[in-house]
Write a new protein. Structure first.
Length: 168
């Protein structure tokens, strides 16, 4: 796993569930949290003062959603999956999986809102460039999507039983 830049999800695909969950908790989430913090620091340099507040507010919401997702996976979903695996069972309900997807979807919506505000061009950066901020946002979003898709396909899907929910 890279500590910055692109997260390599190929390694996760080959891992057993226990190692997969431990790796996501100990190595993947620190990268994602670090990227959000880096984006926030860049925003503070780019838009000091009032202009930064709008973006920082949206970024704080992303951080909050990421933190909620992390806690739900670490404390509820991952132990649930490991229990299902130990009992060789499938989940009777997709609710635990959907509760995590809600945070993922919210983060994507917030990222879109930040990009739309940047495209509107209402603020002029003091230092740095809007394009660099867009690049940082794109790397974070790409990692977020790649990790979500990998978890969904290689960790969650084998334990879901309801046919209507196979692709969250």
């Amino acid at each position: 796993m890279a500590m910055s830049g692109q997260i390599e999800t190929d390694q996760l695909r080959e891992m057993p569930a226990m190692q997969f969950t431990e790796t996501v908790i100990s190595r993947v989430y620190p990268v994602l949290f670090g990227q959000v913090s880096g984006i926030g620091e860049y925003m503070q340099q780019l838009f000091p003062g009032n202009d930064e507040r709008i973006y920082q507010s949206l970024l704080n919401k992303i951080y909050s959603e990421l933190d909620d997702q992390y806690r739900k996976e670490k404390l509820v979903l991952f132990p649930f999956i490991l229990q299902l695996q130990a009992e060789n069972k499938l989940a009777e309900s997709c609710k635990p999986f959907k509760s995590v997807k809600t945070h993922y979807t919210s983060m994507l919506v917030l990222l879109t809102e930040i990009r739309e505000n940047l495209r509107a061009g209402d603020v002029i950066p003091v230092t740095g460039s809007i394009q660099e901020l867009v690049n940082l946002l794109q790397v974070f979003e790409k990692n977020l999507v790649a990790v979500h898709v990998t978890k969904d396909k290689y960790l969650f899907a084998p334990f879901r039983s309801c046919k209507g929910c196979k692709s969250l």
